[in-house]
Design a protein around this ligand. Structure first.
Ligand code: GAL
Length: 309
C-alpha cells in the first residue's frame, strides 16, 4: 500500500480538529494504528516568562488503518482536578507510550509525570483491557530510585520490554528492563550515554540491531538530533551523530523526536516521528514524519514536504 505524508501543515483528525497527540507514540494492533499522545487543547494561561501554558487534558488516542485518516477516540487517560494526584491538570503529563502484553492481554501505558517545576521526575503506569481505553492509572515510580523525565518504552522481538528515561537531571539515559507483565521495573538496568544530556528517546529494531534517535536538552527549542546503534538494549551503545541531512539538519528541521514507527500494514519503511513544538500555543504544535533511510551503517533523515512509500 502507498501512503503519502505531508509535513507542511498542522495535521487534522477526521473531524477536521487539530490532532492532539503530542510527544506521542503509535501502537500497531490487529491491523490498526493507535496513536497516543499529549492532549494540549486545555485552557491556556500566560506564565511569568511570557510563555503560555495549557492545563493538562490527558492522553488522547487516535486510530487509523492507513496512517492518513485519524479518528479521534477521545481522552483515554484524563487529567484530574485533585492537586494531590500525579495527573493533576496543572502538573506535567508527557510522552505517553502504550505497549501490548500478549501474555496478560493488557495494554500498558508508561508516561512522564512531573510537578510543574519538573522536580518530581517520575514514570507513571496505567493499564487497560482495550487499546481504545479507558486506561486506569496505577502509580508512579522512580526507576531503580533514579529520576526519570523524557521517557519511552520499547518491546524487543522476544517480548522483553524496556523503559528508557532521561535520568540524573537529564545527564544520563537509563535503560530499565520491565517485569514480564510490563507493569513495573525488574531491577535490571544500565545507565547509558552518561554526561551526554539526551531527551526524546525513540527506538526501533532493524537488521538484528537496536537503533535510537534522540535530542539534546534545550527544552522546547529544537537542537541537533542524536542517533546510536547497539546489539543489546543495555548497551554498549555506539553514537552515530546527527541522522538529519540537509538544510536545517542542525535543528532537526525544527522538530524533536518522539517515536519510531516500525513497518506495519500500511507502511513498508520505518518512520521517524517528530514534534514541532510551539511553546506559545502548544495545542497547535505540529508533526513531522520522515522515512528512515539506512546508508552505510547509519540512519539518514532528509526533509521531505511530502513523501509516499
Ligand atoms: C523538552 C522535552 C519535552 C518537554 C519540554 C519542556 O526538552 O522533550 O517533552 O518536557 O522539554 O520544556
Amino acid at each position: 500500500m502507498s501512503i503519502l505524508q505531508r509535513n507542511d501543515y498542522c495535521w487534522l483528525d477526521s473531524d477536521n480538529a487539530t490532532l492532539q497527540a503530542h510527544g506521542g507514540g503509535v501502537l500497531i494492533h490487529e491491523g490498526q494504528y493507535y496513536w497516543y499522545g499529549e492532549n494540549r487543547d486545555g485552557p491556556i494561561y500566560a506564565e511569568q516568562d511570557g510563555r503560555k501554558r495549557a492545563d493538562n487534558v490527558g492522553v488522547s488516542c487516535y486510530r487509523s488503518s492507513d496512517l492518513l485518516t485519524w479518528d479521534n477516540l477521545g481522552v483515554v487517560l484524563p487529567a484530574v482536578d485533585d492537586p494531590d494526584h500525579d495527573l493533576h491538570i496543572r502538573k506535567v503529563i508527557e510522552r505517553p507510550k502504550v505497549i501490548y502484553n500478549s501474555s496478560t492481554g493488557k495494554f500498558v501505558m508508561w508516561l512522564h509525570v512531573d510537578s510543574a517545576d519538573y522536580a518530581f521526575a517520575r514514570a507513571g503506569v496505567a493499564i487497560s483491557d482495550h487499546p481504545t481505553g479507558p486506561f486506569r492509572y496505577l502509580y508512579s515510580l522512580r526507576p531503580n530510585g533514579f529520576m526519570s523525565r523524557d521517557q519511552t518504552v520499547f518491546v524487543d522481538d522476544g517480548g522483553t520490554a524496556y523503559h528508557i528515561g532521561a535520568s540524573d537531571e537529564n545527564q544520563t539515559a537509563m535503560v530499565s528492563q520491565l517485569t514480564d507483565d510490563y507493569l513495573n521495573i525488574s531491577g535490571k538496568f544500565r545507565k547509558i550515554f552518561e554526561g551526554r544530556c539526551m531527551e526524546a528517546f525513540a527506538f526501533t529494531r532493524h537488521e538484528g540491531r537496536f537503533w535510537m534517535i534522540a535530542s539534546g536538552c534545550t527544552g522546547w527549542d529544537p537542537n541537533a538530533a542524536r542517533s546510536a546503534v547497539a546489539d543489546d538494549m543495555m548497551g554498549p551503545w555506539e553514537e552515530l551523530g546527527n541522522p538529519c541531512v540537509g538544510e536545517h539538519a542542525d535543528i532537526t528541521f525544527g522538530g524533536q523526536s518522539t517515536f519510531i514507527l516500525p513497518p506495519g500494514p500500511a507502511n513498508q519503511q520505518h518512520i521517524a516521528m517528530f514534534d514541532i513544538w510551539r511553546p506559545t500555543d502548544l495545542r497547535t504544535s505540529g508533526y513531522v514524519w520522515l522515512p528512515i533511510q539506512w546508508e552505510g551503517g547509519r540512519m539518514a533523515l532528509r526533509w521531505q514536504t511530502t513523501w509516499s512509500s
